[in-house]
Design a protein around this ligand. Sequence first.
Ligand SMILES: [Zn+2]
Length: 173
Amino acid sequence: MKNLTMILSPNRTSRKGSVPDVICCHQSNAPIQDRLRVYSDPKSMESVHFAVAKSGAVYQIAEIGFSAMAFPHPEEEPLCRTVRERLAAPDRYTVSVEFENEKSGILTIAQYRAGLEVFLSVIDGIRKIYGGFLLDREHFIGHYEIEPSEAPNCPGIDFPLNRYLADLKKILG
Ligand SMILES: [Zn+2]
């Protein structure tokens, strides 16, 4: 992946046997450099796997074999059925990808393309390491579908979840 910088975070844990099979999209609500500082700080106990800047720059913060620390308040009534039906904490089986953005979540063209490359790379990695990835809206979701009360606007209403899913299906067949 071009434009990729590794800034691995100390804030990662074991997947404890869970297979990553859900990609979860987030919105930074802050400049990406501010978020990277938070992810580098062990005291924050926060991280995601990838961050995609408005410029199209991509930062890898955790390897997909590890759990990131993205969901501090797991809720009892997630919107996503896959999440609702599982006992394990969402961090165990998700790959979190954050986009530098605020408000409604409209991406820049460079950012959309970089995000697409990140998702292709994540899916390719999961398929190689774990054998498969089911590409549908139950496995490609927004943070609000895991924590509808805590994070109703993560990512924003204009974040192109469905366009990404359609493009990924077109490319991957
Ligand atoms: Zn989020």
